[in-house]
Write a protein that binds this ligand. Sequence first.
Ligand SMILES: Cc1ncc(COP(=O)(O)O)c(C=O)c1O
Length: 380
Amino acid sequence: MTTAKPTRLPARPHFSSGPCAKRPGWSPEALAGAWLGRSHRAKGGAAKLAEVIDRSRTVLGMPADYRLAIVPGSDTGAVEMALWSLLGPRGVDMLAWESFGQEWVSDVTKQLKLDDVRVLDAEYGALPDLSAVDWTRDVVFTWNGTTSGVRVPDGSWIPDDREGLAICDATSAAFAMVLPWEKLDVVTWSWQKVLGGEGAHGMLALSPRAVARLEGGPAPRPLPKLFRLTKGGKLNETVFEGATINTPSMLCVEDALDGLRWAESVGGLKGLVARSRANADALQAWVDQRPWIANLAEAEATRSTTSVCLKLVDTLADPKRIARLLEEAGAAFDIGGYRNAPPGLRIWCGATVETDDIQALTAWLDWAHGVAADEAEKAA
Ligand SMILES: Cc1ncc(COP(=O)(O)O)c(C=O)c1O
């Protein structure tokens, strides 16, 4: 069963689903221009923050009337800021099909304790029935479920004339998948995913309808300073121009700018999407030829092109053992399935990963599977 140990290692064995691989060619030199030891509110610092916002908007093709802010607390901070600030005036449909969606359900039911909540959920591998969503209500969902590798196929299920707000956690989708902005009222992401930035800060995009909700009246609950997006009943515009609510890491900011410049150099969003797609396709071509491994995502249209989650079938091999063998060999780091997900492997195929490295990895996966299966057979 065992196949020969490959000789060619991936040049960068970084396949973690977050923090994700740095962009090709990255070194700490990329941070040389960081605005350090100075106030982030001084002209130069404020300009860096505004540049992150501007470049992000441009690369993502965000409509001119959407607002974008850098917020504390990474993607979780951005999502929770939206939930706490916006929810209440309408009933809410919460969609969940893996760990992160479930976290947002827990926030809304157990912490916010909203009265009128419907949970539309599904097991790992599936999507809930998107046609059952009631768009007279607010809707909270994850574009790409990072821990199950299941994404919504597109935005066709979101009506243009919706009454509620579409609140979308897009952290492992932004910069790798096309987001239909006109269908989304709140979009959040972090820096450490598709562009390989550093963790700490979140990005929060708001549509004009989301802003109208914020300005329509105060949230029906106290909000900590960290969550406050309005001042005197009006949107605090300065936050959306780079005057962050509290102090950001200017080292992370410099790195985010480096990632954005790299994104532009590979053809912007189109180039980034193509890079992720090429990686996912290379991995899929290998999966399709192996009887012992399969996508966790049941439907092809819902397969993630970033966090590809795989399950083992008809084999005694333990995925944890495979992940450990590959880590020890220096062939792949951090590819065990998420702690709450069914046992399996999760391989990041985002834009900062090179397709050649995915190809090199597949030979190592064959090898590690052979070793793990042999060991399990002997032990049985
Ligand atoms: C879909 C999704 N939502 C939320 C999070 C949490 O993000 P953060 O750690 O940036 O707060 C993650 C992290 O992997 C994620 O994949």
